[in-house]
Design a protein around this ligand. Structure first.
Ligand code: NAD
Length: 351
């Protein structure tokens, strides 16, 4: 049996703490399901800059391309706040996404049991929310040319090709098959030509997935519906800028930043990371919430290693720990809280 190889990129701030927690969980999964997983660790972000190397050293990129999955903590270090953009830790993120051709960004937003009151919505509205946002990550307005600014005007270009829409649409339909088999494609087809192409292509791709229901929704309607009926969504598929905005909105409706995982996928290796940053204010204190990273590790099992049962068992173990009442400080609302390690060990015990 060929062992799976996972590259760990702890990065900065709380990154090393939460990545160690997720590694502990992945090792326990490997033991329980008799998989061989080899772990290697690479440097990225401020941790690399402090060694006098670029934020994304070549050696890290080579290791990334060779891995079956990459688990990243976070990058960002206040001591580089005044450095030029290319010499800041965050430059590593843009570069690794670009170099690995990661065109699909997946952000699940679900309400975990016992945390129905953690977000800003009424618990009865939030109840049952479990959606997966598919955001196109390498095209659209953020990358389109021409772009420019003069004294009196500025312009950007939103451009999509059939190929760009088709490849992410296929991934969204495939993902829906592992879920409740429903895709909502979000666009602005009443105004934008790119959205009309988006709608044509997603409709055509949908014909190859007759077992998945496809509907189309305008982005403004989607933004509203996320606040009054978030539980009505399964997979949301959308272009880069709409997804940037809607995925933050969806994350906010389900509550704490420390709980949110993400995956970025291309045609090769995938990158998995919590949505939060390096949280320098709590780094080194042992109180960071590891769940966003552990849930990202579950996504790595699901989407890169194709180990669905193992992914589900990690998600269920997180649920068990939360149902048992365990809360890290960010979730405790002033009540009793546990450390990063205690939360991790309870999740491992529940596996
Ligand atoms: P942040 O996400 O690091 O922190 C925001 C707030 O949430 C802080 O109060 C922090 O303590 C809290 N928080 C975040 N994650 C937590 C966790 N797991 N458990 C408990 N509390 C948690 O955002 P920020 O403060 O705006 O940024 C800090 C640094 O991180 C900056 O340098 C920024 O550029 C970088 N950043 C990196 C990424 C990334 O690596 N993908 C994403 C966002 C920000």
């Amino acid at each position: 049996m060929t062992p799976f190889s996972i590259l760990l990129l702890p990065g900065d701030g709380i990154g090393p703490e939460v990545v160690a927690a997720a590694e502990r969980v992945l090792r326990a999964v490997a033991d329980r399901y008799h998989h061989q997983i080899t772990f290697t660790t690479g440097v990225i972000g401020g941790a690399a800059l402090k060694q006098g190397r670029p934020a994304l050293p070549d050696e890290t990129l080579v290791a990334a391309r060779a891995a079956d999955g990459i688990l990243l903590g976070a990058v960002g270090d206040p001591s580089f706040d005044t450095a030029p953009p290319a010499q800041r830790p965050e430059a590593a993120l843009l570069k690794i996404r670009r170099e690995l051709g990661l065109y699909a960004n997946l952000r699940p937003a679900r309400v975990w049991p016992g945390l129905e009151s953690a977000g800003p919505l009424k618990p009865e509205i939030l109840k049952g929310t479990d959606l997966l946002m598919f955001r196109e990550l390498t095209g659209g307005l953020y990358y389109g040319e021409p772009r420019g600014q003069s004294d009196d005007s500025a312009h950007n270009t939103m451009r999509y090709s059939r190929h760009e829409v088709e490849r992410i649409a296929r991934r969204a339909f495939e993902a829906a098959r592992l879920r409740r088999r429903r895709v909502t494609s979000v666009d602005k087809a009443n105004v934008l030509e790119t959205s009309r192409l988006w709608r044509q292509v997603t409709t055509a791709v949908g014909k190859d997935y007759p077992d998945v229901t496809l509907d189309h929704m305008l982005v403004d309607t989607c933004a509203m519906k996320l606040t009054y009926a978030p539980s009505s969504f399964d997979v949301i598929l959308t272009e880069n800028m709409f997804g940037d905005i809607l995925s933050d909105e969806a994350g906010a409706v389900v509550g704490s930043l420390g709980l949110l995982p993400s995956a970025s996928l291309g045609d090769g290796v995938g990158l998995f990371e919590p949505v939060h940053g390096s949280a320098p204010d709590i780094a080194g204190k042992g109180i960071a919430n590891p769940i966003g990273t552990i849930a990202s590790a579950a996504m790595l099992l699901r989407y890169s290693l194709k180990l669905e049962d193992e992914a589900v068992s990690v998600e269920k173990a997180i649920e068990t720990a939360l149902i048992a009442g365990l809360r890290t400080a960010d979730l405790a609302a002033g009540g009793a809280s546990v450390s990063t390690t205690e939360m991790t060990e309870r999740i491992v015990a529940a596996l």
